[in-house]
Design a protein around this ligand. Sequence first.
Ligand SMILES: [Zn+2]
Ligand SMILES: [Zn+2]
Length: 348
Amino acid sequence: MKRIQEGIYQIVSPFPEYERKEAYRLRDDMEEHPRVTKGLPYIMPYAITSRGETLLVDCGWATDDSYDALSEQLNEIGIGIDDITKLVLTHAHPDHCGLAGRLHDEAKCKVYMHEIEIDFLRSRYTEPEEILEKMNVWLKEHGVQEDDVEDLERGSMPVRFFVATVKPDNPVKGGETIDVGDFTFEVIWTPGHSPGHICLYEPNHRLMISGDHILPMISPNVSLHPQQRENPLQDYIDSLEKIADMKVDRVLPAHEWDIDWFKKRVTELLTHHESRLDEMVAAVGVEGEATAADVARRIRWNTGSFDSFAAWMKRAAIGETLAHLRFLVGNDRLRRYQRDGVTYFANS
Ligand SMILES: [Zn+2]
Ligand SMILES: [Zn+2]
């Protein structure tokens, strides 16, 4: 646990592959020696406590170790799980919302989430049949070979067992405020990484709880997949521009570590996508055509080669490639067409 300022605390919650003590150690070590790891070791929920109220932003995976980590660190600040009055989920990824059901049952807290994300809790975790079917069609459409389709399609199914779903009782759209004692957070809708991703902004204390929208070192995954909006990279860039001029002294992200160079990071992320877009255009080639799977295999990934990725990472890489290709179509730098049920991209 790290005290950000009076009343605001950063919690470290382990991913299922890591013991919590190891996650605590890695949290400190990674800030000291910044690096990109192949999988994430931890997520950082934030506890905001003021005048008898406690807001928790994101909550970690639904494992006992993650629950114990949360409980142990809340105890260090003099409160317990029971004291949580409000829970905000920045988006529906399992590391952010996994424990929500259990916390809701035990603390009887109000749960806030963007209205778009709420249905993902059902369609991804409790009734995934329909999404699996759509994923199958989608993978084939984007050039994944028949032999690999099943692996990639089911790539993220194991995570289902690490989510105790909840039905958020306070859907938000962005623009609302959430009070916690002396703090007032503005809900900002920042689609891109996920369609209903939200950040929380505290203008008086100049804090931005950024979820997975802004991370200090990793460029957040922005993927086009069957549950995304039409052009997620355009959404993501618009969402960065939407917050770029806000007065922020400290960014509190959900992974890696907190930073005090908000503006510079926003600019870096925008620049990163510009160069990534150029790289994708080059990978499609001046002549010829390519599927999203072809391009994903040709471009460089800073976590290793595409072929060394686990199934869920391959799928994320294809989705990320596709988000860029779709953006380029929107900007008339590429054209897109279908042949025999497969989508191809070519330079225009
Ligand atoms: Zn996420
Ligand atoms: Zn995350």
